[in-house]
Each structure stands twice: as structure tokens, then as C-alpha cells.
Design a protein around this ligand. Structure first.
Ligand SMILES: [Zn+2]
Length: 403
């Protein structure tokens, strides 16, 4: 086995020295382990890139580079983007059905969630309330590298995207997002400069390319190499020969203006506001259904602990209503047209909190806690995605509360 590994090493080594301009898959359109191995081999050769890879693998939750296979894809040629790692977030709500042994029930729900987690998913938020839990799952899709990229371009993209992935540690949280960013400008700046944000990703990707160009010169004895030839023209003077950034302003201008990230981020911010507003509406609808499903039971039994539960749910609903209004205000501040009727679409018929005491429950009995409620996922387009706008602000949860 060791002999075989050594043999493979010797077979593999010359490919590092091979032409960096050759196609990264040698023209093949179906991804093979050997294509990824090529990129990994480059990465391993540079301690800094290796660190980026390690962080990303940690984030993916994998130990073996062979498992990278499930996160990488070949994209069609002609695709504008060189690479893209689109993380997707989904939020779920589960009822805690019984008033007894609440901690045990929560534990059971969590265990089930973790047990059912696929390898490309990760639990990023877990919010416990007295009557339900809410949790968010991060769903990795793929690093996408165009079929027509050269080996060095693909390597640069690989490092760039890995840099993003290594720092993805949290989803946008509906209850914190509004306080986290003051507005679109703030969102642009913070996302640009965030750990694992575009600035760091571009820095890492370009540095890796420059260093790879240098290492080629050392491994071959050809004519003098232009280390910067692989970089876009406008940032070639932003780095030195060691790949260090010497003019950050130039790189930022490139990212925000030339690469269009200013408007991408602004659109992303709007998308986030819409999506998180809708998530609050979904949570309200969940709470309303939960509340209404307990009303019948309370009417029959008059149990005080059920009354307490109903009151808690009403309070939670009131909180959500306030939060929903704050989202609307923020949207109206920057994109007032979004909230005009021609743009809004009512996604669900309005639901109301049933009146404890007279109204009948419209939703029947309480749901079992192992039922998973699947709302619209909260998408977080990132990196090279062009953001498609869906100016759709969901209505649905009725504001009025009954005593
Ligand atoms: Zn990026």
C-alpha cells in the first residue's frame, strides 16, 4: 500500500510542474477525483493555501479531501462566474407538545434534527422557546468552476471560494439582522470586509495565483514569468511579487465597481430584508396555528397551564408583529415601491388567533413535535451569484390580537 502511494506520488508530481495554462479538467466535462486532486495538490504545496483548505474542510465537516468531491462542480463554459459557493439557509419550527419534561423534548427534537442531517448540511441556529423551537440549517451547495478555466484560474477560484466557506459560520438571523446592518451601505462595507468576505477571498485567490506562477518558474527554467499575468489588469499593481496586497484601495475599487459587488450586495441586502420579513410572517403563522390548536383543549379543560401557554404564544405573536413592522419600515426607507400593492402578493390567506373561550380551532389538534414544518427557505446568495430580485413581501399573519 505504501509502495502504491509512493508510486502515485511520483506519478502525480510532474503534473504540478505542468503547464498552468492547460485546462483544469483536460477538457473533460465530468468531474473526476483526479481533477480535484490536482487542485488539492496545488493547494497543499502552499502553506497559506493549505490553511485555507483546512478551514473550509472544517466548515464542511469533512476530514478527507476525497470528500470534497460532493462540494465541487464543473459549470458550463461561457458561464460568467468563475466559481460560486452558494450557501442556502432554511429555518424550521417545531412544537414542544407537552408541558412536562420540556428539556427532554427539546433534547429529543435536537437529536432527531442532527441525526437526519445530511453531510452537506449544518445546524447554525437553535432557538428555544417555551412552546416551540426554531432552528436554521445551512445547506451547502457547490463550488462551481467553469469548464473552460485553465489550471491556474481554477486554482485561484478554488482558493477564493474555500476562503468564503471557511468563514461561513452564521446565517442571517431574523431577530438580529436589522440591528446588525444600518442600511445597504453598511451592508456593503461589512460584507466586503467581513472575515471570509470578498476582500479576503480575492486577496487569497490572487495571492495563490501569484505564488503558483512563481513556483512554476522555480520548477521549470523557462524564460522570466510575469507573476501577475493571471490577475485582471486593473489589480496587477495592487500586489507585490510575494502575492501580498500593497494597495488595498485598488483592490476594493476592483471588487465593488468593476466586479459589481456594490450593487450585488445592495440587492442582497434587499433580498435579505424581504426573506427575513417573510420568515417572521411564517413564524407568526406557525404560532397562530399552534395557539389555535390549543384553544379547543383549553375550552374543554380550562386548565390554567394551557391558558398560560396561550398567553405566552400571544406575547410571542405580538413580538413578531412588531418585528415584522420594523422590517417593513426598513424596506420602505430604501425601496418604498416594494410595499406598494402592485408588488406585494398575498401568499397565504390571513390567519387569526382564535379567541380562547368561544372560537373553534380551525386547525384541529396539536401537531406532533416530530413533524417538520418546512417554510420557504431563506436564501443567502453569496459570492459570484447574480442576485435575482423577487419583490415579494408576504403578508399573512393578522396583526390583531384577542384578549
Ligand atoms: Zn467571492
Amino acid at each position: 500500500m505504501i509502495v502504491l502511494k509512493l508510486l502515485l506520488l511520483f506519478v502525480a508530481l510532474p503534473s504540478f510542474a505542468q503547464d498552468l495554462e492547460c485546462n483544469w479538467t483536460s477538457g473533460e466535462k465530468i468531474l473526476k477525483t483526479e481533477h480535484i486532486e490536482r487542485l488539492v495538490q496545488f493547494t497543499r504545496n502552499d502553506p497559506e493555501s493549505r490553511l485555507v483548505l483546512d478551514e473550509a474542510m472544517h466548515s464542511f465537516g469533512i476530514n478527507d479531501t476525497k470528500e470534497l468531491f460532493q462540494f465541487i462542480k464543473i459549470c458550463d463554459s461561457g458561464n460568467d462566474h468563475a466559481g460560486a459557493a452558494f450557501p442556502k439557509f432554511e429555518t424550521y419550527w417545531n412544537e414542544i407538545p407537552s408541558q412536562e419534561e420540556v428539556a427532554e423534548q427539546i433534547e429529543e427534537i435536537k437529536l432527531k434534527v442532527l441525526r437526519d442531517m445530511r453531510p452537506n448540511k449544518r445546524l447554525v441556529f437553535w432557538d428555544e422557546y417555551r412552546d416551540f423551537v426554531s432552528y436554521t440549517i445551512l445547506n451547502y451547495s457547490s463550488i462551481c468552476i467553469s469548464a473552460d478555466r485553465s489550471l491556474i484560474q481554477a486554482y485561484g477560484t478554488f482558493i477564493h471560494e474555500l476562503k468564503h466557506i471557511g468563514k461561513i459560520d452564521s446565517a442571517p438571523h431574523s431577530k438580529r439582522f436589522l440591528d446588525l446592518y444600518e442600511g445597504p451601505k453598511d451592508y456593503v462595507n461589512k460584507n466586503l470586509l467581513a472575515p471570509g468576505g470578498e476582500l479576503e477571498a480575492y486577496k487569497a485567490g490572487f495571492k495563490a495565483k501569484i505564488k503558483a506562477s512563481r513556483s512554476r518558474e522555480h520548477s521549470q527554467d523557462g524564460s522570466a514569468t510575469n507573476y501577475f499575468a493571471q490577475l485582471p489588469y486593473s489589480v496587477q499593481t495592487a500586489f507585490n511579487e510575494n502575492g501580498e496586497l500593497i494597495n488595498q484601495e485598488e483592490l476594493i475599487k476592483f471588487i465593488l465597481d468593476e466586479q459589481g459587488y456594490r450593487s450585488k450586495f445592495e440587492n442582497e441586502y434587499k433580498e435579505q430584508l424581504i426573506s427575513l420579513h417573510n420568515q417572521v410572517v411564517q413564524e407568526s403563522n406557525f404560532i397562530i396555528r399552534l395557539h389555535n390548536s390549543w384553544v379547543d383543549y383549553f375550552n374543554r379543560t380550562q386548565k390554567p397551564e394551557i391558558k398560560t401557554r396561550l398567553n405566552r404564544l400571544k406575547a410571542q405573536h405580538a413580538e413578531n408583529t412588531k418585528l415584522k413592522e420594523r422590517y417593513k419600515e426598513r424596506l420602505a426607507n430604501y425601496w418604498p415601491e416594494l410595499l406598494q400593492s402592485e408588488y406585494s402578493r398575498v401568499e397565504r390567506p390571513p390567519e387569526a388567533l382564535a379567541r380562547g373561550g368561544d372560537a373553534s380551532s380551525s386547525n384541529g389538534k396539536a401537531k406532533k413535535y416530530d413533524e417538520v414544518h418546512t417554510p420557504e427557505p431563506t436564501n443567502r446568495p453569496k459570492s459570484h451569484a447574480s442576485i435575482e430580485l423577487s419583490p415579494r413581501v408576504e403578508e399573512g399573519a393578522q396583526d390583531s390580537l384577542y384578549p
